[in-house]
Design a binder for this molecule. Structure first.
Ligand code: KIV
Length: 283
C-alpha cells in the first residue's frame, strides 16, 4: 500500500473514513503496524517510559527520538510517521523548534513532527516550523510534558470554562498552520465539538469516538506496559502475560535440560564425520 499523505488524511476526515494512528518506537513493532495497515505511526516520547523505563517523558532527548524514528522508518517504509518533539527541544524559541523539527525529518526520516501545548508560544512554534516546510501536528488536552502544571496525568476540559479553553487552543493551532491536531483525555462532547469546528483532521486519544481518528499507545493496547493503564485504553491482547510465560517456560526447560535436545533445534553431524573428527582430535 502506498504511503498516505496529508491530502489522504484530509480526504479521510472529510469523508468520515476513520484514521488509524498507533505509536511505535522500534523496527519490529513498526513492521507489524505497517503489516496491519495502520495509517499513521507516532514515534512518541512515550518511548521514554515504554522502552527506556523512565517514570515520565521528560528525560527523553533529541538523540533518543532521532534513533527511535530511524528504527521505525526502517520497519515501516510505507507508513506516514509523526516524530514527537521531546521536552525542551522546542519550548525555548521558534528557531530551536525549527532546527529540531528538521532533525526529526532529515536524520530520523519522519514525515511530520508533533509538539505539545495550545498557547500563543506554541502557535508561534507551529507557524515557524510550518513556514520551514515541515508538517506539524498540535497536541492539546492532557499534555504529559506539562504534567506538573496540569497536576498529574488528569483528563482536561471537564468543566465549561476548561472546555472553551481547549476549543480555543484547537482553533489557535489550526490558524497557526497545524496540519492536524491530537486531543488527549478530554470528554467525548468536547472532542466532538472540536472536530465539528475544525477544518483539519482531529485525532483523539481518550477523546471519545467523534474525532476523525484514534490513537493508542501500542504497549498499552497489546497489554505489554503494566505500570499503569489509562482509563481510555482498550486492551486487545495480553502480550505481557504471553511473553512472561514464554520466558519462564524457557528458563524451566534450560534448568531441567529439556532445551535444546530435540532434532528440530539442533545441528547434527553424520556418524562417519563424528568418527573422523574424533580420530583427527587424537592425532
Ligand atoms: O508520546 C506519546 O505517545 C504521546 C501520546 C501520549 C499522545 O504523545
Amino acid at each position: 500500500m502506498a504511503k498516505k499523505s496529508r491530502l489522504d488524511f484530509e480526504r479521510m476526515a472529510a469523508e468520515g473514513e476513520k484514521i488509524v494512528y498507533l505509536t511505535a518506537y522500534d523496527y519490529l513493532t513498526a513492521k507489524m503496524a505497517e503489516k496491519a495497515g495502520i495509517d499513521m505511526i507516532l514515534v512518541g516520547d512515550s518511548a521514554g517510559m515504554v522502552s527506556l523505563g523512565y517514570e515520565t517523558t521528560l528525560p527523553v532527548t533529541m538523540e533518543d527520538m532521532v534513533r527511535f524514528c530511524q528504527a521505525v522508518r526502517r520497519g515501516a517504509p510505507n507508513t506516514f510517521i509523526v516524530g514527537d518533539m521531546p521536552y525542551m527541544s522546542y519550548q525555548v524559541s521558534d528557531e530551536q523548534a525549527v532546527i529540531n523539527a528538521g532533525r526529526l525529518i532529515q536524520e530520523g526520516g519522519a514525515d511530520s513532527v508533533k509538539l505539545e501545548g495550545g498557547g500563543e508560544a506554541m502557535a508561534s512554534r507551529i507557524k515557524a516550523i510550518n513556514e520551514a516546510g515541515i508538517l506539524v501536528m498540535g497536541h492539546i488536552g492532557l499534555t504529559p510534558q506539562s504534567m506538573a502544571q496540569q497536576g498529574g496525568y488528569k483528563a482536561q476540559g471537564r468543566n465549561s470554562e476548561a472546555a472553551v479553553k481547549v476549543c480555543q487552543e484547537a482553533k489557535r493551532l489550526e490558524v497557526a498552520g497545524a496540519f492536524s491536531i491530537l486531543v488527549e483525555a478530554i470528554p467525548t462532547q468536547v472532542g466532538a465539538i472540536i472536530t465539528n469546528r475544525a477544518n483539519i483532521p482531529i485525532l483523539g486519544i481518550g477523546a471519545g469516538s467523534k474525532t476523525h481518528g484514534q490513537l493508542l499507545i501500542y504497549a498499552d493496547m497489546v497489554g505489554l506496559y503494566d505500570n499503569f493503564t489509562p482509563k481510555f485504553v482498550k486492551k486487545y491482547a495480553n502480550a505481557n502475560e504471553i511473553i512472561t510465560k514464554a520466558f519462564s517456560d524457557y528458563a524451566k526447560d534450560v534448568r531441567e535440560n529439556n532445551f535444546p535436545v530435540d532434532e528440530e533445534h539442533t545441528y547434527k553431524m553424520k556418524e562417519e564425520e563424528v568418527e573422523n573428527f574424533l580420530k583427527k582430535l587424537e592425532q
